[in-house]
Write a protein that binds this ligand. Sequence first.
Ligand code: SF4
Ligand code: SF4
Length: 323
Amino acid sequence: MLKVLLARVQQGHRTSAFPDQPPALPDRFRGLPVLDSSRCVDGCRACVEACPTGAISATEERALPASPVAEPRRAEHPEAGLRLDLGRCLFCPECVQACPEGAIAFTTDHRLAARTRDGLVLRGPEEYPYAAALDAGLRRLFGRSLKLRVVSAGGCNGCESDVNVLGTPVFDLGRFGIQYVASPRHADGLLITGPVTENMRLALKKTYDAIPPPKIVIAVGACAISGGPYIDHAEQHNGADAVVPVDLYVPGCPPHPFTILDGLLRLLGRIDERAAQARAEVLRRYRGEIRDESIEWGTTRAEEGVKYLGLGAQPTDSDRRKP
Ligand code: SF4
Ligand code: SF4
């Protein structure tokens, strides 16, 4: 037992500081893609042909270079250029390797969740619309306590693993009041993974119907959004919204646990970028002050406190300044 306690003390606090601080992700992590259609060479469809799920499309106007002549033409064709559907994307990244001009690149931005299916379609340099929060009424109901029933509707176990890992000490989903429950009758919402195979369609519908209203539905992973690598296969339904209405889409194959957590917290209105920055700044300053205060000085203060405890006299400032 002593060994276990010692190991625990040595390990220290392992829970991530997210969302007060951004998660530390490796450089090789593939997050939000960026598109630069102005680099495309006329007639090139290398990325479109390389994509295994048809996530990328390109119109002929995409090759217009950035110039005063091209800009009015671009304005006439707002849909022109590369488009990438994050709901279909496997983050593989065949398109990046196929493109000779470097028109597609992946950033390490883990924030990918969106509230609508159309919101998952990237159209060039526009800012990505990160998931908006539920309305005030639902936030009041679920904001501090959300129970989810998880249904794996034919996934490969990739998304399921990343959903499960949110319960470990590093992510600690419970600290936000979010828990997975065993019965839909105890749940406030559904979290769905997998493309919804024909075998799981009825079970998914029955589980949804068994959850008392109001309820929310979260589709996690390319499969649950669009069918992913199984897209258009006859034995599945190309995602959860073919069977139930979806409130939050979390792309990825599988999504990183921080991407799922970010989507859940945004849905509940518990991520406010400015508040998080302010909290991180306070935390940094506090840690700086702790560092500045020497251990000896802290020990002296503690000894003084013990010495004066119960005697009615408190240490004065001049007492504290004594070496
Ligand atoms: S990274 Fe996404 S868009 Fe690019 S080829 Fe793979 S699935 Fe298609
Ligand atoms: S989205 Fe990818 S990781 Fe998730 S269930 Fe489908 S194939 Fe597996």
